[in-house]
Design a protein. Sequence first.
Length: 437
Amino acid sequence: MLTAFARAFKTPDLRKKLLFTLGIIVVYRLGTHIPIPGVDYKNVQECVDQASGNQGLFGLVNMFSGGALLQITVFALGIMPYITASIILQLLTVVIPRLEALKKEGQAGTAKITQYTRYLTIALAILQGTGLVATARSGALFSGCTVAGQIVPDQAIFTTIVMVITMTAGTATVMWLGELITDRGVGNGMSILMFISIAATFPSALWAIKTEGELADGWIEFGIVMLVGFVMVGLVVFVEQAQRRIPVQYAKRMIGRRSYGGTSTYIPLKVNQAGIIPVIFASSLLYIPALIVQFSGSTAGWATWIQKNLADPEAASHIVLYFLLIVFFAFFYVAISFNPEEVADNMKKYGGFIPGIRAGRPTAEYLSYVLNRITWPGSLYLGLISLVPTMALAGFGANQNFPFGGTSILIIVGVGLETVKQIESQLQQRNYEGFLR
């Protein structure tokens, strides 16, 4: 990876792209530290210090925003509204025929779906911003903090509107910055910003484990966490690169006096075909009951049961349900994102076939059979990786900011691999061996 970046900086146009990407990253990180109007920054910092390691329901969103959510800054919502909007549009594409038709129109249809994603992102940002401001005003954002109710001193309607507009504008700016990176930088802009948001929390989380440790002034715990982290990174890289290659043969066709086809290729089916989406779905679904209890303030039996069995990450029922939800959503997302019948029809249209399998329906059935078999290890792998923070909490008392948590490692490794692949592909286009040596 370091070699690829070093070679990229030696190439003038790639160097410009990398420097442009770094500049956007600096702007993004600056925005995560600028508080919005109407917030008492001193009280926010006091509550953040008291809530360190116990972010509760907002831990996942705070991670995706690079710690900006609990700081209530301009980029407090981060990239999360865009991620949610993209997932919703991807799910609706399967349900709504109009969106499915747009998807098949090529570049023009994709541009239209992207436009719809932007509109939905702004709508979700307004909704989430309003919820965040209401939570901060009520003091529920930092439960247990002595000055939680004084985070927003002025609770006038105008102040609330200004706060929501500021966070919505921040989300639109983040979306624009991500698209700038995609167009003029290196890699997928939204993925890069997500990568930076998660990576920004690593140094403080690692140092917190060292300072809170007891063995050899915390260095033993620090070393164990680093060792576990390296093992997890290696495992994730191995599984993310794993794929089942289904061979495809294209028959020769004569058009005029020229012969076309006759080539051999393959369909790469990844073991983790669903990516990080099942983990996000499962986490969001598990947060809903606890969020209802927190906003209702109820102390009834059902509320106590939810707090004890679903909201507590160390509870056995929470662990089992979280694991089962990840497995379910892995199969669900693969089923809606990969259509074996469509792939089989396209192969048949262009004269392709899998050796030993008839074209058409038998090919679709074979692809579905293989996909179901490789999704099982992929879904189990996602569930086990995602439970690492819980095992760390139970094992040696790590806080909930365990830096090598499953979600963060999956995103960091995935984005890192894709970015390096893109850089290497661009380097190969610019540095190739000629016919004469």
